[in-house]
Design a protein around this ligand. Structure first.
Ligand SMILES: [Zn+2]
Length: 459
């Protein structure tokens, strides 16, 4: 990424665009550096061992035991997060769900939600799913083409709890432990965030993203402004079942098209996770998820929210949806690195102003060729808290921003002799301390088809 000097008080970038690259200054916030450094491998390990001790956390398991099953697990998660800080508001996000799909009987579905209020109601989520699943053969059998209908056949008695052993330490104890640990780190950081942070442990993922869908539906009904969801599902193992080890990267899946808000979030994580945790490489993936697999971020996407899914670099399918998904399959240093990338990204986003608007009142992107007819002229709407804006561009073929320039507190930039047809442009809001929003891209809206009527006569 090339970064240019600040241009204050002018709307025209007079120099040639190829000459604006200068050395990048250090713009890391020491408070975020400290927050990221306070992620504890030891605590992640203790949380995982506790989650494993419930033996199963299936959403359809028994709820009457104080030590085993989903009821005991959700109570422990609630009390654990409540112990971190009085600033953290921890509650069940509860629903009663009648039989449908893979839900065999009426069950009480409870997400465990910890809210760290910010100055604004804008919400940024860090999440995982605490429910677990194990079935004969596990994911390894599913991948080998086994009859999954048989493997997931409903129990003979639909009212019987599903109490078979399902430790789920990686799927998704790892994402749950990451979420719980970051609830501690953020709530004890002493930092006052602009946005409200939510640490969400979803239930019912294995029954079809049920807890996430229910919460997203409720968010729409209650007009809760969810700005971004960072979902973590299977993020604790770095040794592939094929023997290949990669402890230095994390995959981030996002729903398209290429300049969708979810792709913007993935790029944001790559940019800011990469700056604060340079020892860990974020690998954005231009697809909603892995082939044939799903996760809670997709439930948010389907209801119109911006959400991405973090997935470990190399998977071991013999340890997924299987009794072998135990603590032995976890690399704590690797899980901690993934937690640090989440922490850096969410903290930066939660301290930054919201992203600028780039659409006119008529819904058109505010980009023209004015004044000469051969220039790039981009406009945006000012956002509260911004003292500068960063304009990005890239050739209109390829996913990563290639150039950017920081401009002052203006709402317009002219890049002379840049053909707008050849580049994608975007703009981010920046506050006085350098916290940067996600990038709003100027995207051509799809054109409706115009059907042509024929007379019916033969020419
Ligand atoms: Zn999962």
């Amino acid at each position: 990424m090339r970064t240019a000097r600040v241009i204050v008080g002018t709307a025209v970038l007079a120099c040639s665009v190829s000459s604006i690259a200068v050395a990048q200054s250090s713009d890391l916030d020491p408070r975020i550096v400290k927050l990221v450094a306070s992620v504890s491998e030891e605590r992640l390990g203790a949380i995982l061992k506790k989650l494993e001790s419930f033996e199963t956390r299936s959403s359809l398991s028994s709820t009457d035991s104080p030590t085993r099953g989903v009821g005991a697990a959700r109570n422990w998660i609630l009390e654990e997060m409540r112990s971190y800080s009085p600033r953290l508001k921890v509650d069940f996000d509860a629903y009663q769900v009648p039989p449908q799909g893979r839900i065999t009987r009426t069950v009480d579905m409870r997400n465990v939600m910890a809210v760290l209020p910010g100055r604004s109601p804008r919400r940024i989520y860090i999440s995982g799913h605490y429910d677990s699943l194990a079935r004969p053969g596990g994911q390894g059998a599913s991948n080998s083409g086994a009859d999954t209908q048989t493997l997931t056949a409903p129990p003979a008695d639909p009212n019987a709890p599903l109490d078979n052993l399902a430790p789920g330490v990686n799927d998704d104890g790892s994402g749950t432990a990451l979420t719980i640990e970051l609830a501690r780190v953020f709530s004890q950081s002493g930092v006052e965030f602009e946005a409200t942070l939510v640490f969400m442990c979803h239930v019912g993922e294995e029954q079809g993203l049920v807890g996430a869908r229910l919460h997203a539906q409720r968010a729409i009904a209650q007009k809760i402004p969810i700005e971004a969801v960072l979902n973590n599902d299977i993020v604790g193992n770095d040794k592939g079942g094929n023997g290949i080890v990669d402890g230095a990267t994390i995959r981030v899946y996002s729903e398209g098209p290429e300049d969708s808000p979810s792709r913007a979030l993935a790029r944001f994580i790559q940019r800011w996770g990469g700056r604060y945790v340079p020892s860990h490489r974020v690998r954005p993936m231009s697809r909603p998820d892995r082939f044939g697999r799903g996760g809670d971020h997709s439930a948010y996407n389907q209801l119109g929210f911006t959400a991405v899914g973090f997935r470990e670099s190399r998977e071991n399918f013999t340890r997924q949806h299987d009794v072998r998904d135990t603590f032995e399959g976890i690399s704590l240093p690797y899980l901690a690195q993934n937690a640090r990338v989440n922490a850096a990204s969410a903290a930066t986003l939660a301290l930054a102003p919201p992203a600028p608007g780039v659409l006119s009142e008529r819904g058109q992107p505010m980009i023209t060729r004015a004044p000469t007819g051969y220039d790039a002229n981009v406009k945006w709407t000012a956002v509260a808290g911004a003292t500068a804006y960063r304009v990005f561009w890239r050739e209109a073929w390829g996913p990563d921003w290639q150039h950017d320039v920081l401009v002052g507190n203006v709402t317009n930039l002219v890049l002379p002799n840049m053909q707008i047809d050849d580049y994608v442009f975007g703009v981010a809001a920046v506050d006085a301390a350098g916290h940067e929003s996600m990038v709003s891209a100027y995207v051509t809206p799809p054109r409706a088809n115009t059907p042509i009527t024929e007379s019916g006569a033969r020419p």
